[in-house]
Design a binder for this molecule. Structure first.
Ligand code: CDP
Ligand code: CDP
Ligand code: CDP
Length: 210
């Protein structure tokens, strides 16, 4: 078991998992960790080196030279690449959206980020959100959730955020990759929030914690 409790939240793209995780962490006073931003930061750094994200060998070599840190600020982890704090715009740019699932399928990249994610449990109780948190990163956590929503609702939510994002294509890559694909973790509570408000989705999670 981790040093502190870790509530794991997984789910497909634009299902609402980061919003739910952030509010839940605020309500509980836990630190919120968005692991997608760690894969996004690695992708941003790999793109900076001019490497094609589809070239797994080149990605692995470029990623090995990247220093990634996750300092905590205002109750959540940020991401720093080679000492530079990345912005929301950096992390959600079109090139990063297009490349991130390709970078995230490289086993060496995953092994390193999973180790970083486990080490974060030393800082205190966490709400950690991603694709493999309940299945691979903290499989022994007794508090696992899978936040889902229909494909139409997810595409509409992402459009409303104003980002060009091929949500269905990322889900296809994330669910079919060899190393830690997106799955419903064993023992996870599944919450479909297609027809729930954000607060309603957080309440649904809280109801299972009591
Ligand atoms: O990074 P470091 O080697 O110091 O730690 P780690 O072995 O990666 O584990 C960090 C935390 O994650 C520990 O509290 C482990 O108990 C926990 N962990 C876990 O819950 N499940 C695993 N399969 C591996 C580690
Ligand atoms: O917010 P959204 O659901 O669109 O994506 P994200 O959580 O920021 O994750 C971006 C990408 O990182 C995902 O599409 C996955 O390819 C990868 N990822 C992963 O492989 N494992 C995680 N634990 C988190 C994200
Ligand atoms: O992290 P993930 O990509 O799964 O989703 P998100 O960024 O938390 O949510 C995508 C958008 O849907 C955000 O603008 C949320 O405010 C919105 N949302 C919503 O309107 N109702 C919900 N029940 C959940 C999320």
């Amino acid at each position: 078991m981790p040093a502190h409790s870790v509530i794991t939240i997984d789910g497909p793209a634009a299902s609402g998992k980061s919003s739910v995780a952030r509010i839940l962490a605020q309500r509980l006073g836990y630190t919120y960790v968005n692991t997608g931003n760690m894969y996004r930061a690695m992708t941003w750094a790999v793109l900076e080196t001019g490497v094609d994200p589809a070239d797994a060998d080149a990605v692995q070599k470029a990623a090995a030279g990247v220093a990634l840190e996750s300092p905590v600020s205002e109750g959540q982890t940020q991401v720093c690449v080679n000492g530079r704090l990345l912005t929301v715009e950096d992390l959600n740019s079109d090139p990063v959206n297009r490349g991130v699932s390709l970078v995230a399928r490289v086993p060496e990249v995953r092994a390193r980020l999973v180790a970083d994610q486990r080490a974060l449990a030393a800082i205190g109780p966490l709400v950690m959100e991603g694709r493999d948190i309940g299945s691979v990163v903290f499989p022994e956590s007794p508090l696992k959730f899978y936040i889902d929503a229909s494909e139409e609702v997810r595409a509409a939510r992402r459009r409303a955020q104003g980002h060009a994002d091929q949500v269905a294509e990322r889900d296809r890559l994330d669910s079919t990759r060899k190393t830690s694909p997106l799955v419903i973790p064993e023992g996870a509570v599944v919450i479909d929030n297609s027809h729930l408000t954000l607060e309603g989705a957080v309440d649904a999670v809280m109801a299972h914690l009591k």
